[in-house]
Design a protein around this ligand. Structure first.
Ligand code: PA5
Length: 333
């Protein structure tokens, strides 16, 4: 059974674009971009960095912790992304960005992030509530691109349309078969550095939907260290290679050669190819496939993919021990 957010995925993308188009943005000028957020919301920064890394003169800094790097200043456009709006790391980054006079835009379904943004008269993109944060990625990712388009960074219009269409074209049968083959093995996700954020997103989806830890790394770096680990303990591992028809000859030959070497040392090698021609459509199709594959594994092994008991327990315990958000609020207002 396909989870609801995947049946509605292209609709969610369209809705996300509609929400962002209605936002009245201030006239911000900036020379770098930072995207703050962790977990499901944090994937958005990774995906945006993949999209823009080789295609924009502007640096995208991905912040997945409490503190902002030293070079984030008043000339930085800072997106604070938290689905719940109550995540302490993101709220701390928000408070620090405010202190440094950064240009801030928040993306959230509510919580303190919406409340604080409104109180401080800062723009907030309010997205629908009721999803698991990881399932709401279209609502958080696409509006950021619309904002960047509005600020003149790049025109994403055609690529956004392709991304809406692309998820309808994904073949699910190969993913069902892959889920069956790897459902009980250890997993490693590897792909080109071009898709480092997508690789991490796959890893996160395996963690949160299928409830397993996975190895992940990118070519070419993994050829210089990670592969050596298989000399001793690869026999239980299924390797998933994220491929791309435009990956370039060097990466292509590296991946093919690594595949040959892997054959003698690991359980099995599998490939996933993105759909679409633009980088954005490829990223969106990968996001869809990561969700589908890992939800399928959860279904096959009979676990509830939605529960994140460890994350929830940790948040409660940290709140009791640190009360970070309460302290931040006191300092902000
Ligand atoms: O999927 C999850 O529940 C987590 O990874 C959350 O996204 C993470 O804890 C951060 O919370 P939020 O997305 O509400 O900021």
């Amino acid at each position: 059974m396909t989870p609801e957010h995947l049946t509605n995925f292209s609709k969610m993308c369209e809705e996300a674009i509609g929400i962002a188009n209605k936002i009245d943005l201030p006239e911000f000028s900036f020379d770098k971009i930072a995207i703050c957020g962790v977990g499901g919301s944090g994937s958005v920064g990774d995906l945006a960095a993949d999209l823009l890394r080789y295609d924009s003169a502007m640096e995208v800094v991905v912040v997945k912790s409490y503190r902002l790097p030293a070079h984030i200043d008043e000339n930085t456009l800072v997106f604070c992304v938290s689905y719940s709006g109550n995540t302490e790391e993101t709220l701390r980054a928000f408070a620090e960005a405010h202190k440094r006079n950064c240009k801030i835009i928040s993306v959230t379904s509510g919580g303190k992030l919406a409340e604080w943004s409104k109180k401080l008269n800062l723009p907030v993109i309010l997205i629908p509530s009721g999803y698991q944060p990881r399932d709401a990625v279209p609502y958080m990712f696409l509006p950021i691109l619309i904002c960047l388009q509005e600020f003149g960074l790049k025109n994403f219009e055609e690529d956004l349309q392709e991304s809406v269409d692309v998820t309808k074209k994904i073949e699910l049968k190969p993913l069902d078969e892959l889920a069956e083959k790897i459902k009980n093995s250890d997993v490693a996700i590897y792909g080109s550095e071009e898709f480092a954020g997508v690789i991490r997103r796959f890893k996160n989806e395996f963690n949160e939907n299928a409830k397993i830890t996975v190895k992940y790394d990118a070519f070419p770096e993994l050829n210089h260290n990670e592969i050596n680990g298989y000399e001793r303990n690869g026999k239980q591992t299924s390797v998933i290679l994220l491929r791309d028809k435009d990956e370039g000859d060097e990466i292509k030959v590296r991946i093919e050669t690594t595949k040959e070497i892997f054959k003698d040392y690991i359980h099995s090698v599998h490939e996933i190819w993105p759909v679409g021609s633009s980088k954005l459509a490829k990223i969106v199709s990968y996001v869809y496939m990561a969700s589908y594959l890992t939800a399928k594994i959860a279904e096959l092994v009979g676990i509830n993919r939605e529960r994140v008991v460890f994350v929830d327990r940790l948040k409660v315990e940290l709140k009791n021990k640190l009360n970070s958000v309460g302290k931040l609020e006191k300092n902000l207002f």
